[in-house]
Write a protein that binds this ligand. Structure first.
Ligand code: PAF
Length: 281
């Protein structure tokens, strides 16, 4: 596995690659969720490039940028074991050099849910993903459905800006008790970790209610909130039943378009997100 630290090094290695390239962008602290993306990229393509870059522009000043886990040697070992060909690990000054001033800003869809709770977050995500795609030039790029809104934003950016890459969405990978894998799970105390499983229990109940024919979105939101309320250490940031593409909150779930049931909940200082899609064929 080759390691590129600069854009010049990355571009030189990319020029030597023939055939299809699959790309897995990450912020490191890799878990089975990331590795499932790498494995799929490995199966689909002749070569795989991964990146590890804790992108400062997607963190608000009060967020966890300085504490974000950075187990680089362990991450490089995992990527090597999965047969990744090149890993790109730029410094922030390489991606955002002095004088950097061009941003990808998207209307509407970035203002809801995560965007409402984390203003500016998707400006940072869309900009860094656009830059990484330009640098790496993959045929396909792989993203997890756990960050459902991020996936919607990136798919929309690729369509709106006519970028020639296929975005491949991948299912959320869960722990044995259902908690969605996330690098931020490492922040949870053992008591918070026990409590956090309420997110999955709640989404499973929501799916069941949908299967039972309930289409009233306010009723579903209330039901989700009341399940979380039973877990005293949980503090709800938002609960949403929205159109899966526009992310506009729904009154009633229609028969023609899937809905996204999503939630963000604090356990202590740790904010976790999770979601399920309702009515997906
Ligand atoms: O999902 C992530 O890890 C990050 O948001 C991404 C896509 C690597 C951009 O920094």
């Amino acid at each position: 596995m080759k390691v590129a630290k600069t854009i010049d090094e990355m571009s030189a290695l990319r020029r030597q690659m023939t055939g299809s390239v699959g790309f897995v962008p990450t912020m490191g602290a890799l878990h089975e969720g990331h590795l499932s993306l790498v494995r799929r990229a490995r199966t689909d393509n002749d070569a795989v490039i991964a990146s590890i870059f804790v992108n400062p522009t997607q963190f608000a000043p009060h967020e966890d940028l300085s504490h974000y886990p950075r187990p680089l040697d362990q991450d490089l070992g995992l990527l090597r074991e999965e047969g990744v060909d090149v890993v790109f690990i730029p410094d922030a000054s390489e991606i955002y050099p002095e004088g950097f001033a061009t941003w990808v800003v998207m209307d509407d869809v970035t203002e809801r849910l995560e965007g409402a709770s984390r203003p500016g977050h998707f400006k940072g995500v869309a900009t860094v993903v656009a830059k990484l795609l330009n640098i790496v030039q993959p045929q396909k790029a792989y993203f997890g459905r756990k960050d459902a809104q991020q996936l919607v934003v990136i798919q929309k950016m690729v369509r709106d800006l006519n970028m020639s890459v296929e975005i491949v969405p991948m299912s959320t990978v869960r722990e044995a008790d259902g908690l969605a894998m996330s690098s931020r799970n490492a922040y949870l105390s053992s008591e918070e970790r026990r409590a956090a499983v309420v997110l999955y229990r709640d989404l499973v109940s929501c799916e069941q209610m949908y299967e039972d024919g309930i289409r009233d979105a306010s009723g579903l939101r209330r039901a989700i909130e009341s399940i979380i309320a039973q877990e005293l250490s949980a503090r709800v940031d938002y609960v949403s039943i929205a159109d899966a593409e526009t992310l506009e909150e729904l009154e009633t779930i229609g028969t023609d378009r899937p809905a996204l049931a999503s939630l963000a909940v604090y356990f202590g200082k740790t904010r976790l997100i999770d979601n399920v899609t309702l009515g997906e064929s």
